[in-house]
Design a protein around this ligand. Structure first.
Ligand SMILES: [Zn+2]
Length: 374
């Protein structure tokens, strides 16, 4: 990627500002000691932020949209814990549509994880996987539920009214069709008109820095070349955690990648967090998992979470970030053994993958508002 983002080299003070920085969750980089000290810090700070965040209010609406169900290696999704013989699990990628009203009455729309599924297939890891499997196997294991523009049409949302695109991180993403490009793209048939003419991509500055010079361990998951001709002005880089709107926060959760971030929502059913740090709610309370291996492994190794380990950039950091998420959220109203951690790629039962049927799934986030402004 040759994205020469003007904000990569300037002081944080010169960056555009969005939202309100969360002081309670700031300063991870200054924590003295090792990863253990950072774990205690994450637990303490997340507990302190919970009541603070709940007092910000709630957004107008939260809608869950299924995008695609696809195979994913068991050893990555369930780290070292699973004893299933199935080499693959199925995960369902979902988009969240969040809407709120600013104090001046302006309606805002944010899309979380609006992946361009079709172009995401070119990600080196998935392209290699597709070459290994015949088309008929893929037709059994891949299920497309709907694409981003189709879901918005169904919801009656004009793409021109979408203000923000937000991703947990930029693995697999190719955003050219969403935010447009500065010159014709041969592989996309020439001119590309942006589906979202006004949307800005909120991203951690660390993520842009990493993408500008990828390490070999990071490369299988990114499509950096697709960012070459994207207008840098379409990005809103942030450093750390911010409250964006009533009941809507972006929390820095470094580990899976350094610029990882988690969407945290306050709703009528309490606080939720959504990210790709784990693929099932039971990975945050593995003692309640009935999938073979999970509970026993977590007991034997005294690990309170099972992380989604497709990258090993900073495994201990990712562990700590999941504990932060675990501490932030409320207990599920459906089943008190599980937490309101909503995996943006959620483990999904499939007959082809014995031993990987989740004990519990969320499927969607529930948020009922009594008055939705017109
Ligand atoms: Zn990833």
């Amino acid at each position: 990627m040759t994205l020469k983002h003007p904000w990569l080299t300037t002081d944080a003070a010169d960056m555009p500002t969005i939202g309100t920085p969360i002081d309670t969750l700031g300063g991870l980089g200054d924590v003295p000691g090792g990863f253990g000290a950072r774990l205690s810090w994450a637990r303490r700070r997340a507990a302190a932020f919970r009541p603070e965040f709940a007092s910000t209010g709630t957004p107008d609406s939260v809608t869950t949209c299924d995008l695609v169900t696809l195979p994913y290696p068991t050893r990555m999704g369930l780290f070292r814990a699973s004893r299933a013989i199935a080499p693959f699990v199925a995960i369902t990628n979902r988009m969240l549509v969040i809407r709120w009203t600013e104090t001046d009455g302006r309606r805002r729309t944010l899309l979380f994880e609006p992946s361009d599924v079709e172009l995401g297939r070119n990600t080196p890891y998935f392209a290699a996987l597709a070459r290994k499997f015949p088309a008929f196997v893929q037709s059994i294991t891949v299920r497309e539920h709907g694409d981003v523009p189709g879901h918005l049409r169904r919801l009656g949302i004009d793409p021109a009214d979408v203000d923000y695109l937000l991703f947990d991180h930029l693995h697999t993403q190719d955003l050219r069709r969403w935010i447009g490009v500065t010159k014709p793209q041969a592989d996309l048939g020439g001119e590309v008109e942006a589906v979202f003419p006004h949307a800005k991509v909120i991203v951690q500055r660390d993520e842009l820095v990493a993408m500008a010079d990828l390490h070999p361990l990071q490369r299988p998951w990114y499509q950096p070349g697709t960012f070459d001709d994207v207008d840098p002005g379409r990005f809103l880089p942030i450093d750390g955690s911010v409250v964006l709107a009533p009941g809507v926060a972006i929390v820095a959760t470094p580990g899976h990648v350094m610029g990882n971030q988690t969407l945290v929502l306050n709703t009528s059913t309490g606080i939720w967090a959504s990210s790709e740090n784990a693929i099932a709610a039971e990975c945050l309370t593995p003692q309640h998992s009935r999938m073979p291996g999970i509970a026993k492994w977590s007991r034997a190794w005294e690990q309170e979470i099972v992380l989604n380990a497709n990258t090993l950039e900073t495994t201990a950091g990712q562990y700590n970030s999941i504990v932060l998420e675990k501490t932030l959220v409320d207990v599920s109203q459906q089943d008190s053994r599980f937490l309101q951690f909503f995996p943006s790629s959620e483990l999904t039962p499939m007959w082809t993958n014995p031993g990987t049927s989740p004990t519990f799934t969320h499927g969607h986030i529930t948020h009922q508002t009594t008055t939705v402004p017109a």
